[in-house]
Design a protein around this ligand. Structure first.
Ligand code: PEP
Ligand code: MG
Length: 312
């Protein structure tokens, strides 16, 4: 049954009763576009731009950035491409960005937007290259900042975007403070994208780089679902671009919580598309209620699977 569902899985993402849920791809650069298109991605939900900046002694030139961005943007003339600005930090060190000093807890240190605010020239160059790359194209370009904690950061990022000619600024929701107070952040931006990998790490206080703590890095944790709910209900479109979106049952739960699009690595798209097509929006909501009522990640998953009529 799974094989036939996969074979039939084409076209735009939607629940059984026709509630559209765009299914997008996570990519690291132009080299990943072909696989995204082959898997039927309706666009890109997370373009991790760090790869362009890694392993070099100086930042890529404006022209080099523009070219890489344009290659991705051109590939989705009818879709959207969500680009994440540089997410560097002590966990992903870049040779040309001076380290902020010895950080005993890099996950809680200067990373993502925090780092860019100390190097506004790097952020401005990236935003300007994106605006130039999108000029004259029909694709909907959206640009988001990683590691946003509060209103002042969201406001300053949105202002930097608009100044550089990027019209649709958004933020990632991956810090619990931002998730809990998403309603305060919503007026500042056009969209949210929940990074469940980091949101889980911070909610459970379990460093995602430490293999021995992997059992605590479970996005089915009811606490993580409780953090997704306010972000998805804050009144702006809210996608998920963390690994959670690639788990077919969890994808249904996320949609039930109010998430409006799902982004994942290309190979995961067909099964998520097929699973979503088998459930109504009401079933997804019921699965979300059941999962949030559970007390452990395993019970949350079992409760959702019971509603969705799937086997564990
Ligand atoms: C996340 O944190 O869920 C995310 C999508 O970003 P990354 O895995 O690159 O930190
Ligand atoms: Mg993240």
């Amino acid at each position: 049954a799974r094989a036939s569902a996969l074979a039939e899985s084409t076209g735009p993402g939607a629940t059984k009763d026709g509630h559209a849920v765009p299914l997008l791809a996570n990519i690291g650069g132009p080299q990943d576009v072909a696989a995204a298109l082959a898997a039927g991605a309706e666009g890109v939900g997370l373009y991790r731009t760090e790869f362009l900046f890694l392993d070099r002694s100086k930042p890529p030139s404006d022209a080099e950035q523009e070219e890489a961005y344009r290659k991705v943007l051109e590939a989705f003339p009818e879709g959207r491409v969500v680009v994440r600005t540089l997410d560097a930090g002590a966990d992903k060190p870049l040779a040309f960005l001076p380290p902020p000093g010895d950080e005993p807890n890099p996950a809680l240190g200067e990373r993502g937007l925090r780092m860019m605010r100390r190097h506004p020239d790097v952020l401005t160059a990236q935003l300007s290259a994106l605006a130039r790359a999108a000029a004259g194209l029909t694709v909907k370009l959206q640009v988001m900042a990683p590691m946003v904690t509060g209103v002042e950061e969201a406001e300053s990022f949105a202002a930097a975007c608009r100044e550089a000619g990027v019209e649709r600024p958004g933020i990632m929701i991956e810090v619990p403070a931002a998730a809990l107070r998403a309603r305060d952040l919503a007026p500042e931006v056009e969209f949210f994208s929940i990074g469940t990998n980091d949101l889980t790490q911070y909610a459970c206080a379990a460093d995602r780089q430490i293999g021995g703590l992997a059992h605590l890095q479970d996005p089915w944790h009811p606490a993580v679902l409780d953090l997704v709910a306010p972000a998805a209900g804050a009144g702006v479109p809210c996608g998920v671009c963390g690994e959670a979106a690639a788990d077919p049952a969890l994808a249904c739960v996320l949609v039930g919580l109010g998430v409006t699009s799902l982004s994942m690595s290309a190979p995961s798209l067909p099964l998520v598309r097929a699973t979503l097509a088998q459930h109504t929006l009401d079933e997804c909501r019921e699965a979300a209620r059941a999962a949030r009522a559970a007390r452990t990640p395993a019970e949350a998953r079992a409760a959702a699977l019971a509603v969705l009529g799937q086997e564990g």
